[in-house]
Ligand binder design. Structure first.
Ligand code: HEC
Ligand code: HEC
Length: 373
């Protein structure tokens, strides 16, 4: 099989919303069986491969099979619909050092992209997480602009976080996502796996000044709606724009014969739990706006802000594993505006905190001098 590196240049165009969905509807039943798709004559296939030099196995693709659905360039002109900000770019592979450190970085990257293969329910190293991959939410192994990338991790940790009320290391922050987003347990802080993920994040932060978060780091938070986000409308958005991949019961699509996913679950027993960051509507809406349906980017979003909020309200109203969070937020005044569980330092209901409208809560927080997040 020919292996080329996918360059994220503006000449590449992911399929547009409608055709993407028609295709994904066709592809959904065969999921991972269809790893390559040739569209149109003269189309070039580009697959991005990771090199798991720590493993004797063949290198694994770094993107999900869905990530390989690409068209030939349809428009060579640069996209002028949006300004081109000076967004962060990940360091080039050529900058990975040789020797042990380099191997560690590459192993860390593979663990982020294929967490389930190593640490999922049938993982080859340990069985400590739910079958999702870090990459499901930290797209392109945590390198995609506004795709929840890791560019601002090493420069800003250790840092004080209000959720735990303590100074957290990178190890603690990774463990958080294992316990919440992957609804499991983190690898031991001295394990080869934890050290590799930390080394990978350190490498991604090459050149980022200490204390700074680069432009395009993490996620954007969308402007608030002047109404509550509406799960009923969100259900319609889900059916039209998400269900073809994530399933009518939010169950996702597994790679045949494995405990790994081609399309990860959005709710149900195998999804993220209610203590996860993405369970908050601001994170979910900000994530999907610039990244979903799969193939969307900040330059070419496919959802309106209102659709993003409403689909967030729908998905985060569906059942999922519960995490005991009684020790979170030791100072309740620091709970974010959209944190869905009381007790609160204000008189707004859990329902309003969860779905909005948020502006009145912001005003009340300001009036009492509570931090607004
Ligand atoms: C279900 C979605 C999801 C999955 C899966 C997930 N995360 Fe996260 N992660 C988030 C969200 C949401 C945030 C917070 C983003 C924000 O508020 O800016 C986050 C934040 C982080 C941060 C801090 C980022 C920063 O810039 O401060 C790290 C580090 C991290 N995750 C590591 C991991 C690792 C390692 C895995 C896999 C074991 C993982 N995450 C899996 C959703 C997820
Ligand atoms: C074409 C298929 C496709 C469509 C349509 C799609 N997604 Fe996804 N989605 C994916 C894939 C693939 C991933 C994981 C990306 C990766 O691992 O690289 C993902 C990941 C996610 C995640 C983070 C992981 C998780 O399981 O929680 C969320 C949230 C999400 N999608 C929401 C949505 C929403 C909301 C819509 C509709 C607006 C949508 N997606 C439409 C393919 C799709």
């Amino acid at each position: 099989m020919k292996t080329t590196i996918l360059k994220h240049s503006s000449s590449w165009r992911l399929l547009q919303s409608n055709s993407l969905q028609q295709l994904s509807r066709l592809l959904a039943p065969v999921g991972g069986l269809l790893s390559l798709l040739l569209i149109g004559s003269g189309a070039t296939l580009a697959i991005r491969y990771g090199t798991a030099s720590t493993s004797a196995e063949a290198p694994l693709p770094l993107t999900t099979p869905a990530g390989m659905i690409l068209t030939a360039p349809v428009n060579q002109q640069p996209d002028t619909t949006q300004p081109k900000p000076s967004y962060w770019r990940p360091p080039a592979d050529a900058q990975i050092p040789v020797g042990e450190t380099g191997k560690q970085i590459r192993y860390g990257r593979v663990l982020v992209a294929h967490t389930a293969k190593y640490l999922g329910p049938n993982g080859s190293v340990r069985h400590i997480s739910n079958g999702m991959n870090c990459q499901n939410c930290h797209l392109e192994a945590g390198t995609k602009v506004l795709g929840n990338n890791y560019s601002g991790v090493f420069s800003t940790y250790p840092k004080f976080r209000e959720r735990s009320g303590s100074v957290e290391s990178v190890v603690k922050r990774i463990t958080d996502c294992f316990e919440r987003s992957l609804s499991g347990k983190g690898p031991d802080s001295n394990s080869r796996e934890m050290k590799a993920m930390v080394a990978y994040m350190k490498w991604l932060g090459t050149g980022v000044p200490s204390g700074k978060r680069p432009e395009g780091a993490g996620l954007v938070k969308l402007p608030y709606l002047d109404r509550a986000a509406d799960p009923e409308t969100g259900k319609l958005v889900y059916a039209a724009k998400c269900q073809s991949c994530h399933g009518s019961k939010g169950e996702g699509v597994r790679l045949p014969g494995t405990a790994q996913y081609t399309y990860p679950p959005l709710w149900g027993p195998h999804s993220y739990n209610d203590g996860a960051g993405i369970y908050r509507l601001t994170s979910f809406a900000g994530y999907v706006k610039n990244n979903m349906p799969f193939g969307a980017t900040y330059e070419r979003p496919q959802l309106t802000d209102a659709e993003s909020w409403d689909v967030a309200a729908f998905v985060n109203s569906m059942p999922r594993p519960h995490k005991d969070q009684s020790h979170d937020w030791p100072d309740i005044r620091t709970k974010p505006v959209d944190f869905p569980y009381g007790p609160y330092a204000d008189t707004f209901s859990e329902k309003q905190h969860k779905f909005g409208p948020y502006q009145p809560i912001v005003e009340a927080k300001k009036a009492t001098g509570s931090p607004v997040k």
